[in-house]
Ligand binder design. Structure first.
Ligand SMILES: Nc1ncnc2c1ncn2[C@@H]1O[C@H](COP(=O)(O)OP(=O)(O)O)[C@@H](O)[C@H]1O
Ligand SMILES: [Mg+2]
Length: 679
């Protein structure tokens, strides 16, 4: 893997990796909170970074509520699903048709601790995690503070978010993934070697040595295992040393050894001074005991919040006692699901009936107890009493301003985009396809000429076919790029990794490799086989026209992809537009009614085709010499009724303007869609 990587790291100075090393210092918390200087100095406040330890973040959230409007959320779903889900979750709706997903959740977690969000599936864990991470902010009620300060964009670079589905480029290796991320996100003040060293250290720390040169894989690409993928995702986030690390189901789908390993890593990260919140569905008892705190949620209602080791005791005090030996996590989950078959319940509750109504009674009872017993205690101890030092409050508001310059980002991202997509660009199947079609067309139109009107028409037919072929190849080659990369883009933009304009320019420039390479190869074969005009000028002008058509079509494909942002819809739009452009391209119909004329002006195929004709034929050239009427000029042929063969090449400018306009449109759509999207 090289971004200009020296073969050996020469720098022997000690690496500044302190924060990522396993501190394991019990004094950490006292250090973090013992600062009580009355004088606040910005330099002092940012000294955590200088000391290379993450800024301690004390997270508190109280009375968090979140609801979604039913109609809006389900606008994309078909009517059957809508009705079914409405009936299924009827009870969680209020009169104004809102679904309450989180209902007054409170909790807190300090640096050095791991808070586990537990509850059955659909209870609201992921939603709460997104709210805490600042990814969901609309329609959220309650207070969420970081060192007693509400969310601000300055936090973006202090929060790491590991989503449930690993969002990693399948074609990059583990090392490439981390190195590119390091180069894009670490401050420019760090030397190259320091960045490589940090990657090396993370690879070792997360036990990724064995797979560091293996591709990530996914879909149809073979790659690393699920556990390794999850560790890579964690590595990707901890590269920039976030203070608050949020993880959504980091152990789901993993075997118990891999799951334990992930939790051990999280424990070490927490000990180094980070605040960690993780959702977890069904932890083993060993994993459960690794958590410092647990927040148990059922149908969006909190049932328990406090120390993990005190959870079972608390429920026992409410007289919910397991009747058989049970993993504490399993016990909590059964309670949160309202299923108490193997649990003895207090006398004031009716005997277990196993009905949905009974489950709701249990949950309501436990929630009531939480409100009365735990919530006031939690708020008193962690929200009202513990005051955060002024220094930490100031420090959290300072933005880690690490942004690289546009050019630096461009150079790194260009390499990454190329590395990620180059397999596509140099695909043997594509090459064989271009070769086969070129040869087939060459044989069909072998040494064609235009001595008669019929032969001329044949040759014009070939030119139009070439136009269609490259227009459709380029449109379909470009239309799926943004819908496919959307999740990567959203993730990286949310983390402020690079500017969108850098991504767009890199993407469009890299893809041009394919849009230039294949048509050139294709034309070099076909042009001479098919007997087009044998002059160097004419060949290069025809090739340039085809390349212009391909690059303009690429712009159009990008526009449709960015506007639709879904593979299916983008594909449909592209087919429809292609069909329309094809009909108005100037081959099937030259004399379009006036009221439909505008269509041909927006069709780049129309301009591309005219340009090809102008390049290939000279209006004064003679043909039909063998006929009774005698020689005629090409311009007099009915095929050129609407084309002035000796006119200027204004089509070049029109197409260049179109290529640019499509791209501006694509960028505007991309910007809007990515800003509005959520992972
Ligand atoms: N945007 C949304 N629109 C409608 N329902 C939603 C939305 N987001 C989450 N939900 C619903 O909220 C509930 C909690 O979701 P989630 O937080 O993903 O649960 P968990 O992570 O605990 O499995 C689920 O019933 C889910 O369908
Ligand atoms: Mg979830």
């Amino acid at each position: 893997m090289e971004i200009g990587r020296p073969d050996e790291i020469e720098d022997s100075s000690p690496a500044t990796l302190g924060s990522l090393q396993i501190a394991g210092s019990p004094e950490f918390m006292s250090q973090a909170y013992s600062i009580n200087s009355s004088h606040i100095d910005i330099e002092d406040a940012s000294s955590f970074e200088e000391k290379d330890c993450p800024l301690p973040v004390y997270l508190k959230f109280a009375d968090v509520e979140y609801k979604v409007k039913f109609s809006r959320a389900s606008s994309n779903i078909n009517i059957v699903t809508t009705v079914a889900s409405k009936v299924a979750s009827q009870l969680s709706f209020d009169q104004d048709n809102y679904k309450h997903i989180l209902n007054g959740i409170s909790g807190s977690v300090a640096p050095g601790e791991i808070l586990a969000l537990m509850g059955p599936s659909g209870s609201g864990k992921t939603t709460l995690l997104k709210v805490i991470g600042g990814r969901l902010r609309e329609r959220v009620k309650g207070t969420i503070t970081y060192n007693d300060v509400p969310y601000s964009p300055a936090l973006k670079k202090r929060v790491g978010f590991v989503t449930q589905d690993d969002v990693l480029f399948p074609q990059l290796t583990v090392e490439e993934t981390l190195v590119f991320s390091a180069f894009l996100r670490l401050p420019s003040s760090m030397s190259r070697n320091q960045k490589y060293e940090r990657v090396d250290m993370i690879v070792k720390e997360l036990g990724l040595e064995r797979c560091r040169h293996t591709r990530i894989g996914g879909g149809f690409v073979r790659g690393i295992s699920g556990g390794e993928r999850k560790r890579t995702s964690i590595g990707y986030e901890i590269l920039v040393d976030p203070s608050l690390l949020l993880l959504d189901e980091p152990t789901s789908g993993l075997d118990s050894t891999s799951a334990n390993r992930i939790l051990q890593i999280l424990q070490r990260l927490a000990k180094a001074g980070r605040t960690i919140v993780t959702t977890i569905h069904q932890p083993s008892s060993r994993i459960f005991h690794m958590f410092d705190k647990v927040l148990l949620i059922a149908q969006g209602y909190p049932l328990y919040c406090g120390k993990a080791r005190e959870a079972v005791e608390y429920f026992s005090s409410l007289r919910f006692i397991p009747e058989m030996a049970m993993n504490p996590a399993e016990f909590l989950l059964e309670l949160a699901a309202g299923q108490v078959d193997d649990i003895s319940v207090p006398e004031d509750l009716p005997a277990p009936q196993g009905t949905a109504e009974y489950e709701r009674i249990v949950i309501r009872f436990l929630h009531h107890k939480f409100k009365v017993q735990l919530e006031p205690k939690e708020k008193n101890e962690n929200h009202n009493m513990s005051k955060i030092s002024e220094q930490l409050r100031v420090a959290i508001q300072i933005k880690k301003d690490w942004t690289l310059t546009w050019t630096d980002q461009f150079m790194i991202l260009l390499k990454r985009t190329y590395r990620e997509r180059c397999r596509d660009y140099f695909d043997t199947i594509r090459l064989v396809q271009a070769l086969a079609i070129a040869v087939l067309l060459g044989l069909l139109w072998w040494k064609s000429n235009f001595t008669t009107e019929a032969q001329l028409r044949d040759q014009i037919g070939l030119l139009f076919y070439i136009c269609i072929f490259w227009t459709s190849s380029s449109i379909f080659g470009a239309v799926y790029v943004f819908p496919f990369e959307k999740i990567f883009l959203v993730k990286e933009r949310k983390a402020d990794m690079y500017r969108l304009s850098v991504y767009y320019v890199c993407s469009t420039l890299c893809d041009m490799v394919a849009h230039i390479l294949y048509p050139t190869f294709f034309m070099s074969i076909l042009y001479f086989m098919a007997g087009f005009k044998r002059t160097i000028d004419c060949f290069f002008l025809s090739l340039s026209t085809i390349l212009l058509i391909a690059v303009t079509s690429q712009g159009a494909g990008e526009l449709f992809g960015a506007a639709a942002m879904s593979m299916k819809r983008a594909g449909m739009i592209a087919s429809l537009v292609l069909m329309l452009f094809l009909l108005t391209g100037g081959y099937y119909v030259q004399h379009i009614p006036k009221f439909m004329k505008w269509l041909k002006y927006v069709s780049f195929m129309y301009h591309g085709f005219r340009l090809l004709l102008k390049v290939q034929y000279d209006g004064n050239e003679l043909y039909e010499c063998g006929s009774k009427v005698g020689c005629r000029t090409l311009q007099s042929s009915p095929s050129f009724d609407t084309v002035n063969l000796d006119g200027g090449l204004e089509e070049v400018w029109i197409m260049l303007a179109m290529a640019l306009a499509y791209r501006v449109g694509a960028y505007i759509f991309l910007n809007r869609k990515i800003n509005a999207a959520n992972l």
